[in-house]
Write a protein that binds this ligand. Structure first.
Ligand code: GLY
Length: 423
């Protein structure tokens, strides 16, 4: 089977790394890829915004299966266009992808199918949004309605912070995505991510994970795309898992099917574990980054047939085998991230690190001959296995310390909550 993975981050390196191990694979491309995907696939310099170019390449190379990684391509309907061209594709439809593309779409779905989530209101103008927060007070959550590259959500602990977030949104900080805001009640609890494959009808749970969105130790500093993650997340009990599947994920999949827009792909449910049980924080309509990196390290099963079965409506009867281990990933980012940062510095000592228990996934790198060059904000994902989160954490940080990259930084406490519970 000839496969094309779309994207260039750590998530796509992890997916390509896992797909490359499949006995079903005969050729793997990654577009545009990065310095790490180049080790397991042939990178193709395609502009992935240009759907016609992606399809023309796939046809010219007899690609059998396209796997789409990034949210922007899901929301733009790349999956629909690839399927229309007659190629099997792992990517929800544009209609179902609104779960991620529009916060108010998901909130309305929750209302319609009685899915537990925070109470909310939606506003299309600044004055009404401000009036609402003055009556509600803080803490309160302000979300740009559309996709905002992970930056459109503010958990405002004061009314002033909420005001600032609303003014930012309506002043164009998130472009079209900020022409409306969704304002939600603040939910108290610990956040966990649940990943479930859905073929339109059948659901097959993958696993749970927790990520670390803030830039600095102790969960402080600005929000980022994710500075580290671990899986599974033992904070989610069996009971919570059952509740989340039956009251959140199943009604979502059934609701979308009932509306005539079935969901085919991976459902990434961001959940808050509240005193009243899990509640939906948000949906993403694709694999998480960096959660995919830890999931792929833990997965024993062949990923490729699972993705194919999802895309073909054939998940019934499939099952997944996981390693009896925890995985933890530490993100190495360019100094300054998530603000402005330099590209172009050389990174040394990465290629000799990989073992059975440690893999360095690349996010923002490129190769210049033999040299590995930083080419983005989040640059490397040092990912390790262990019999506990603490053991995986120790192994991952040994890897981080062995990498010679003075222009980079990492948080030093990824996995802290679970490591403390294990102590
Ligand atoms: N881990 C956050 C995300 O993938 O959106």
């Amino acid at each position: 089977m000839r496969v094309l993975v779309i994207g260039s981050g750590g998530r796509e390196h992890a997916l390509a790394w896992k797909i490359a191990q499949s006995p079903l694979l005969t050729k793997l491309y990654c577009a545009p890829g990065n310095g790490g995907t180049a080790n397991v696939a042939e990178n193709v310099a395609l502009d992935i915004i240009d759907h016609a170019a992606v399809i023309a390449f796939a046809k010219s190379q007899n690609v059998d299966f396209v796997v789409v990684g990034p949210d922007a391509q899901v929301v733009a309907g790349l999956g629909d266009d690839v399927r229309t061209a007659g190629i099997t594709c792992f990517c929800p439809s544009k209609a179902a992808g609104q779960l991620e593309g529009s916060k108010s779409f998901t909130k309305a779905l929750c209302d319609e199918f009685d899915i537990p989530t925070a109470a909310y209101a939606r506003f299309e103008d600044e004055a009404s949004a401000l009036a609402y927060i003055y009556t509600q007070g803080a803490p309160i959550v302000i979300k740009a309605d559309g996709l905002a590259a992970g930056k459109g959500v503010t958990v405002a602990m004061s009314v002033e912070e909420a005001e600032e977030a609303i003014i930012d949104c309506f002043s164009g900080a998130f472009g079209e995505s900020g022409t409306a805001v969704v304002i939600e009640d603040f939910m108290e609890g610990e956040e966990v991510s649940l990943f479930v494959l859905c073929d339109g009808e059948t659901l097959l749970p993958l696993t749970t994970a927790q990520d670390h969105k803030r830039a600095h130790d102790g969960d402080t500093g600005p929000n980022t795309g994710g500075m580290g993650a671990y899986s599974p997340a033992p904070v989610m009990s069996e009971e919570d898992f059952h509740f989340a599947m039956t009251r959140i994920v199943e009604p979502t999949a059934k609701g979308l099917a009932k509306r005539g827009t079935p969901y085919q792909g991976v459902l990434y449910a961001g959940l808050m574990l509240t005193d009243e049980g899990p509640k939906l924080v948000e949906y993403n309509a694709r694999f998480g980054d960096p959660e995919t990196q830890v999931m792929m390290m833990r997965m024993d099963s062949d990923l490729l047939p699972l993705l194919l079965a999802t895309a073909k409506g054939a998940l019934k009867g499939q099952h997944i085998v996981w390693k009896d281990a925890y995985a933890l990933t530490v993100i190495m980012a360019a100094k300054g991230y998530p603000g402005s940062y330099e590209k172009g510095s050389e990174i040394r000592g990465v290629d000799r690190l990989d073992t059975d228990d440690l893999t360095v996934f690349h996010a923002g790198t490129k190769r210049e001959g033999e040299r590995l060059i930083a080419n983005g904000g989040r640059v490397l994902n040092v990912t390790a296995l262990g019999s506990s989160v603490k053991e995986a954490q120790g192994r991952a940080y040994q890897g981080v310390h062995a990498i010679d990259w003075p222009e980079g930084f990492a948080r030093s406490d990824i996995g802290w909550r679970q490591a403390a519970r294990e102590a």
